[in-house]
Ligand binder design. Structure first.
Ligand SMILES: Nc1ncnc2c1ncn2[C@@H]1O[C@H](COP(=O)(O)OP(=O)(O)OP(=O)(O)O)[C@@H](O)[C@H]1O
Ligand SMILES: [Mg+2]
Length: 240
C-alpha cells in the first residue's frame, strides 16, 4: 500500500546575511509504501537531513508535494496546517536524529513510556514496556530512573531510539541514528526495525554505515548535490 508520494519537492534556504538563496534539493520525486525501507543517500550537504526535516515539517518545503496516506485520510505534508502536523507527530509519524534534546527532570524510563501513555496504555504497563525497550538497547538499569540530560551521547541516543520506536508509527524518519551507538544497540535497532517493517511501517533512513541495516533496505534514493544558484532576492519589507 502506498504510504507517501513525494512530487517535485524542493527546498531552498534564504540566507539573509548573504542576501541569496541556497538550494538544498530540487524537484525530488519518489514513493514509499507501508513496510518499505528506503535508504536516502548522497554526499555531505546534499540535503538528506533537510528532506527528512521537510517531511517532519521542522522545515517548510519551498514547493512540491508530499502526499501522505494517514490513518485518518490523505494529507499533503508540505502544506498541512501546523495543528494537523502536531497531531500526526503525536500519533503516527516518528523522527529520530542523531541528537536527543532531553527534557529536564524527566527520567529515561518516563521519556520512553510517554508515547504509550499518550496512546492510551496504563502507566504501569507503559513503564514495563519502556524498561524492556531500554534493556534491548543496552542502557544500564541504574540509569533508567536518572535524567538523560547528563547521559553520554550514546546513552542519550539509546533513550532517543527506545522512545521513537516503542510503538509502531505509520511513517518513520531516521537521520543517522546509529552514529553514536555501540554494537549491541546497533543490533537491537536492526531487530526492532525489522519488526516494525513487518507491521507495515514505512521507513526513510539516512545511514552513514548502511551495513548496519543492510538486510532491511528495499530501495534507495540518491540526492545529488546542487550548485548554489546565487539567486539574489529582496527580503520582504517588514511591516512598519
Ligand atoms: N537551517 C538552515 N539554514 C540554511 N541552510 C541550511 C539549513 N539547514 C541546512 N542548510 C543547508 O542545506 C544543505 C543541505 O544540508 P543537510 O543538512 O540537509 O545535508 P545532509 O545531506 O544531511 O549532509 P550530511 O551528510 O553532512 O548530514 C547544506 O548546504 C546546508 O548548509
Ligand atoms: Mg545530515
Amino acid at each position: 500500500m502506498r504510504l507517501l508520494s513525494v512530487e517535485g519537492l524542493t527546498k531552498r534556504f534564504q540566507i539573509h546575511q548573504l542576501r541569496r538563496e541556497v538550494p538544498a534539493f530540487d524537484s525530488l520525486s519518489f514513493e514509499l509504501s507501508g513496510g518499505e525501507f528506503k535508504l536516502v543517500s548522497g554526499p555531505n550537504g546534499a540535503g538528506k537531513s533537510t528532506l527528512l526535516r521537510c517531511l517532519y515539517r521542522s522545515y517548510l518545503p519551498t514547493s512540491g508535494k508530499a502526499i501522505y496516506c494517514s490513518r485518518l485520510g490523505t494529507i499533503d505534508l508540505a502544506r498541512a496546517a501546523d495543528e494537523d502536523i502536531a497531531l500526526l507527530r503525536r500519533q503516527e509519524i516518528g523522527y529520530v536524529s542523531q541528537f536527543l534534546r532531553p527534557r529536564p527532570r524527566v527520567s529515561a524510563l518516563e521519556l520512553v513510556a510517554e508515547p504509550l501513555v499518550h496512546a492510551g496504555k496504563s502507566r504501569d504497563a507503559a513503564l514495563r514496556d519502556a524498561g524492556e525497550s531500554l534493556e534491548a538497547f543496552g542502557l544500564k538499569p541504574e540509569l533508567w530512573n536518572a535524567y538523560p540530560t547528563t547521559f553520554s551521547g550514546g546513552e542519550q541516543q539509546k533513550v532517543n531510539l527506545a522512545r521513537a520506536l516503542i510503538r509502531p508509527n505509520h511513517l518513520l524518519l531516521l537521520d543517522e541514528p546509529t552514529a553514536s551507538l555501540d554494537a549491541t544497540a546497533r543490533l537491537a535497532l536492526a531487530d526492532r526495525l525489522d519488526e516494525l517493517k513487518a507491521q507495515g511501517v514505512g521507513i526513510l533512513g539516512v545511514f552513514h554505515h548502511p551495513e548496519d541495516v543492510g538486510e532491511l533496505v528495499d530501495s534507495r534514493i540518491e540526492i545529488a548535490p546542487l550548485e548554489s544558484t546565487n539567486v539574489a532576492y529582496e527580503p520582504e519589507a517588514r511591516p512598519a
